[in-house]
Design a protein around this ligand. Structure first.
Ligand code: NAP
Length: 337
């Protein structure tokens, strides 16, 4: 006796979806570099979950000493234990960093510099998404997406620049999102977010902050040209992580999105490949200032090429943090006003 026809149809749909997913996954790319990271010092922000945790695991497997820069040390230690169950290699060093407080960024940089004379890879990975209507702010009163996703990473990079320059092969990896293409930088409002209106599908504050990441990466690469420090921006794709946990989507919308998620959403192991590639690949050694997705270099969207926005955002970030990057005197690297 054969199977009921509805079961056959369901089976065929499931196999079809699986095959489409496999086909899509082939375009997501893989980091094929076998490079060892033994002896390298890496900082990963937001290392306790999602892409940051996976990056930490992958770099530890290659022998790196990874500083897990996290706002909650208990979560960082839990992630450390989880990683240790998968690899004995590398060093895992949890350190406190709350990107929603610029004083914490300063304190982290001080503590890091006390322990390490060199930094080989800075992975600016941590990020938040809150509903715009929640009006979340940082300790200094900045709009939360701008403050955490961009401003604190600007400050962190500036304060660690001398340690990056002490490495002969340093890299800064800026984890952005393809949503940067929908972002806008209005210099009069970006820091306070007073002009924000909730988008129907897109969180405009998140998209704006991801555009800030891209503009920051471009200007940083330009300033560091010839210094030996490379800068790469990257988009991980749509990844199954905790990023959207504060989202106000109803459970009906979540269930309805499941088939789409099955087809398009990457696991963290798949999503991490591009940022891992940017951190380790020998093939990128001669490149800097570009953006990558699916482990390949991409063209910037026009919004990223807005030069007044690049310069204006840089000046604003310097003004708000008090950190300037001294490009003519790189040996001094950075100073505070
Ligand atoms: N998931 C996606 O589909 C996707 C797509 C494109 C780009 N991205 C980017 O990928 C990066 C990583 O996101 P994810 O998907 O891995 O999300 P996730 O699992 O939510 O990880 C975000 C990390 O950032 C940390 N973080 C948040 N606020 C912080 C703060 N104030 N100080 C220090 N750390 C803080 C979180 O710590 P807690 O655990 O303490 O909150 C967490 O460790 C983000 O920059 C995101 O914009 C993700």
């Amino acid at each position: 006796m054969g199977l009921p026809s509805y079961l056959c149809a369901a089976g065929a749909v499931a196999v079809g979806l699986y095959l489409v997913r496999r086909l899509r996954a082939r375009h997501w790319g893989r980091c094929t570099s076998q490079r060892s990271m033994a002896g390298k010092v890496v900082v990963v922000t937001g290392a306790n979950s999602g892409l940051g945790c996976e990056t930490t695991l992958r770099l530890a497997e290659r022998g790196a000493a990874v500083v897990m820069a996290c706002r909650d040390l208990d979560k960082a230690r839990a992630a450390q234990e989880q990683i240790r169950r998968r690899t004995e290699r590398g060093q895992l060093i949890p350190m406190h960093l709350d990107l929603a407080d610029l004083n914490s960024v300063k304190e982290f940089a001080r503590a890091f510099k006390e322990q390490f004379s060199r930094l080989d890879v800075l992975m600016n990975n941590a990020g938040v998404v809150y509903p715009v209507e929640a009006h979340q702010r940082t300790a200094q009163g900045y709009e939360i997406h701008f403050g955490v996703n961009h401003l604190a990473h600007y400050m962190l990079t500036g304060l660690l620049l001398d340690r990056l320059q002490a490495s002969s092969t340093a890299r800064v990896v800026v984890v952005t999102s393809s949503l940067y293409k929908k972002g806008r930088v209005d210099l009069a409002h970006i820091a306070n977010g007073e002009d924000l209106k909730p988008g129907r599908r897109l969180n405009p504050a998140y998209a704006n902050s991801k555009l800030c990441n891209v503009l920051f990466g471009r200007q940083l690469a330009r300033l560091l040209e010839g210094s030996g420090v490379r800068v790469y921006s990257c988009c991980p794709g749509w990844v199954y992580s905790g990023l959207f946990r504060h989202s106000s989507l109803s459970w009906v919308a979540r269930v309805a999105a499941l088939p789409v998620a099955f087809l398009f959403m990457r696991t963290v192991a798949e999503g991490v490949q591009t940022q891992l590639n940017c951190a380790v690949s020998e093939q990128l050694e001669l490149e800097s200032g570009h953006i990558y997705a699916n482990c390949k270099r991409e063209e910037y969207a026009p919004v990223a090429l807005d030069e007044p926005a690049v310069q204006g955002l840089w000046d604003l970030s310097a003004q708000l943090t008090g950190v300037r990057f001294h490009v003519t005197e790189l040996e001094r690297a950075q100073s505070e006003e």
